[in-house]
Design a protein around this ligand. Sequence first.
Ligand code: SF4
Length: 352
Amino acid sequence: MDASAETVRSALLAWYDDHARRLPWRSPPGSPPPDPYRVWLSEVMLQQTTTAAVAPYYAKFLDRWPRIEDLAAAEDGDVMAAWAGLGYYARARNLLACARAVAARGGAFPATEAGLRALPGLGTYTAASVAAIAFGEAATVVDANVERVVARLFAIEEPLPAARKAIRAAAETLTPDERPGDFAQAMMDLGATICTARSPRCLLCPLADYCRGRTQEPERFPVKPARKARPLRSGRAWWVEAGGKVFLVTRPGKGMLGGMRALPDDGWSARGDGDHLPPLDGPWRHLGTVRHGFSHFDLDLQLMLYSGDNCSRLSLNGEWWPLDRIDDAGLPTLFARAARFALADQGEDQGA
Ligand code: SF4
């Protein structure tokens, strides 16, 4: 970057005053900060998730649990079910743990980045963003958008992930004492709307005059590490249906998709490739394969339909769930897709 930090901040904040995205959890530029509960809730939801996907969940949570004390008092299963579809379910468990910790201190969030960092589930990014946006602390907020903008502004040649240290150090040189919350959101907006991953719109960028990466193929920043193949794992899920109902289990509280309702499966999440036997002797019919991407691996889930007539020998703990209310079961995305697959298959069978 070839300008004083103050020049860059002023250019960015002036752009933000005119172009800030209107988002349900935002206060307009220059206005008093929003309620910390709303900032925190939106920031937890936004980790790894788009603003468009988060908006209906944010509205639903606030409608149902308008204050942090309400969320703290909610049943775990209700919160997990309301979260279903947003993915990365450890966030929902941490959300509850954090709500309860804040409620235990009278409902007030700590007002500093360091204090926030001590709460359950608040990592570096979330603590800094809540501190900056809700409390006006000069905290440096680095999400994937900011990382990209800073790597380009400073033309940081070191590849990720090692570059994160240099990117953070460079971002810290820009963090202002005045309007740190607006500045953080301006950087996020610039990354989301102008300095995008594939085709940065440098001609429209308020920082173009100060950007070193602009003339050096900006798309290549931040420099990516050499690509590793994503592992592919496989598992089986059991679709057992009787009397217009399907058999569902509740997954153990810890581990992947913990505490969520799900189809019974062969234990793929604990072992890599599942090795549990089917919950009934069979016969089983292979309905198809649902491919699903998790953060660190892809899963091929083989969906197996019980086609025998002796469900009474099923020995699992679980519940029979009406097929016509399957959308209300709060199934995580993988199993919701598997259920749609099974129901579509049987619709075809009946129509044949
Ligand atoms: S000039 Fe281009 S590469 Fe640099 S920050 Fe702006 S949009 Fe990104």
